[in-house]
Write a protein that binds this ligand. Structure first.
Ligand SMILES: CC(C)(COP(=O)(O)OP(=O)(O)OC[C@H]1O[C@@H](n2cnc3c(N)ncnc32)[C@H](O)[C@@H]1OP(=O)(O)O)[C@@H](O)C(=O)NCCC(=O)NCCS
Length: 150
């Protein structure tokens, strides 16, 4: 987190703490609509080196609960960036959204995270104007992206 978001989180804003990140992951695994993908390093005792998750978007639930699927937690260890892991994890997540029958995808990304935003824009995601989330305690702003799934 410290490497990936250096220069994006304001210096005065606290970064998420490990305990709260663990709690978030526990919620992810308990969500019956969620699918989680893990990239493992075969040469390092199958250590986790990348993640991505999808779930039904709780902000856009239709009666059948399936209209929009949210992409979350796309993270690769910084020392392995640029080797195709992010693209492979993303592809698994997008295939899952399509196979689950969602009509659209959604995600939140930090406004200042140009690397991730251009990654998503190259894959067809578009900015939803005017939809933002602001982290507490002077934290950064997140913007919302949407993918039409045909
Ligand atoms: C975004 C992220 C997941 C990409 O992972 P990655 O393993 O580096 O991705 P890849 O190696 O598959 O490369 C993805 C793309 O970035 C490009 N790229 C690779 N290294 C690059 C670099 N140093 N500078 C610019 N672009 C680069 C690749 O050419 C590729 O381009 P494509 O989109 O045309 O396929 C990774 O940078 C990351 O974990 N960032 C921090 C967390 C984050 O921002 N997550 C998104 C939160 S919503």
């Amino acid at each position: 987190v410290r490497v990936a978001y250096a220069g994006i989180f304001p210096a005065t804003a606290p970064l998420p703490e490990l305990a709260s990140v663990v709690r978030e992951w526990e919620k992810e695994f308990a969500d019956p609509t969620a699918a989680v993908f893990l990239a493992e390093d075969d040469e390092d005792g199958r250590a986790a080196v990348g993640t991505v998750a999808v779930r039904a978007d709780p902000e856009d639930l239709h009666p059948n609960g399936r209209a929009t699927g949210q992409l979350r937690r796309l993270h690769v260890l910084p020392r392995l960036w640029g080797r195709g892991l992010g693209a492979a994890l993303y592809a698994a997540a997008e295939t899952t959204l399509r196979d689950a029958g969602y009509e659209a995808g959604s995600l939140w990304v930090l406004e200042g995270n140009g690397r991730a935003r251009s990654f998503y824009e190259r894959r067809g995601w578009t900015l939803v104007p005017g939809r933002t989330l602001t982290w507490p305690n002077g934290g950064p702003v997140e913007v919302r992206y949407r993918l039409v799934i045909s």
